[in-house]
Write a protein that binds this ligand. Structure first.
Ligand code: G6P
Length: 366
């Protein structure tokens, strides 16, 4: 088993470190440095059909749902299509407004999650065009959806998902750009920097991994705590949700992700001397707002680890600066320290990271 883990103590750590390679594999052949920018020959959707869509639903569970939240923002921002992200176990029961003019994207590492498959079937029943974003060739989702884009992350063994999530982000980014290009909603001058930045992500993920020592130090410090908060706005909130889920899954520390601006509407009551907060501020236009929410929490005694983009104002005494990328792509690098943080917190507490209690890699019951 040690050989399978290639010298790493756990599959999770190995898979975290495999991300730069997984990013390269996922993007391979799907991007061009000039028009037409994106190349997704596996899609059956013609440009005419792509132009007919009126709305997009992204449906998934767990970590894949968190990727869907980022996909929603990219599709709305770039392709100017109303997009919604739903957890699959809720989607079916709200009589979703899916029609033949709806693109329903199911996101699933395994392609076997029962709730996600049920949502896929519900979408088909309503006549929507279905597209699976999955890691497993030959999976049920891959076979049943009208179209499929594979994430090419390689096998993911750890129950806590890492490289599957980040490669889902990458596929959704490429798909959003593809939709934008075909629909003519984003000028070439705006597509070009995103395409270039996508190509730089593998190296940037590599450089974040080199900061593992610092993250480990902070994780060890908070390992004995019973609860903490993750804060962020916009895309940072989506990443905060994933960071919080990771920590809960494997360290069993209770945590909550909060939209930074909502803090003052209730949760601030829980902040006391020493309450740990991981605050994300990677979005230039939201940074000062998040910083002021963080200051409010610090004034109540919060102990803050800031995760900030290059050029952001200082958020807290202790902070990690991420490599500079296109703001829309920040989740693909900002999540990496949070994965390491959850991992090292769980190790410090002495848990078997690869086999968290009560959880399964793929949940095949509704
Ligand atoms: C389980 C796993 C999660 C995963 C979720 C969805 O709960 O423990 O890590 O995110 O299922 O799985 P899927 O294979 O559909 O992405």
């Amino acid at each position: 088993a040690t050989a399978e883990k290639a010298g790493y103590d756990h599959f999770m750590l190995k898979e975290i470190y495999e991300q730069p390679k997984a990013y390269r594999d996922t993007l391979e052949g799907r991007l061009f440095p000039r028009y037409p920018w994106t190349y997704l020959p596996e899609l059956s959707l013609t440009p005419e059909r792509l132009k007919q869509f009126r709305n997009v639903h992204l449906v998934a569970c767990g970590t894949a749902y968190h990727a869907g939240l980022v996909g929603k923002m990219a599709i709305e921002r770039w392709a100017r299509l109303p997009a919604e992200a739903d957890v699959a176990s809720e989607y079916r029961y709200r009589s979703p407004l899916a029609s033949p003019e709806t693109l329903v994207i199911v996101v699933s590492q395994s392609g076997e999650t029962a709730d996600t498959l049920a949502a896929l079937r519900e979408a088909k029943r309503r006549g929507a065009h279905t597209l699976a974003v999955t890691n497993v060739v030959g999976s049920t989702a891959a076979r049943e959806a009208d179209d499929v884009l594979f994430t090419r992350a390689g096998p993911e063994i750890s129950v806590a998902s890492t490289k599957a999530y980040t490669t889902q982000l990458l596929v959704l980014y490429v798909l959003a750009l593809h939709l934008a290009r075909v629909r003519g909603t984003l000028p070439d001058a705006e597509i070009e920097p995103v395409v270039r930045a996508l190509g730089e992500l593998p190296e940037q993920a590599e450089s974040v991994l080199q900061q593992a020592g610092e993250i480990r130090g902070y994780a060890q410090e908070i390992a004995s705590r019973e609860h903490l908060f993750f804060l962020g706005r916009g895309l940072d909130f989506a990443v905060a949700l994933e960071g919080s889920l990771k920590l809960k899954e494997i360290s069993y520390i209770h945590s909550e992700a909060y939209a930074a601006g909502e803090l003052k509407h209730g949760t601030l009551a829980l902040i006391e001397e020493g309450t740990p907060i991981v605050a994300l501020a990677t979005q230039p236009e939201l940074m000062s707002k998040t910083a002021s929410n963080v200051r409010e929490a610090m004034a109540r005694g919060a102990d803050v680890l800031g995760i900030v983009g290059a050029g952001s104002p200082s958020l807290s005494e202790r902070q990690l600066t991420l490599p500079d990328t296109h703001p829309a792509l920040m989740p693909a690098i900002a999540v990496v320290p949070l994965q390491l943080f959850a991992y090292y917190a769980a190790v410090a507490r002495g848990y078997d990271v690869d086999k968290p209690r009560n959880l399964a890699k793929s949940v095949t019951v509704e």
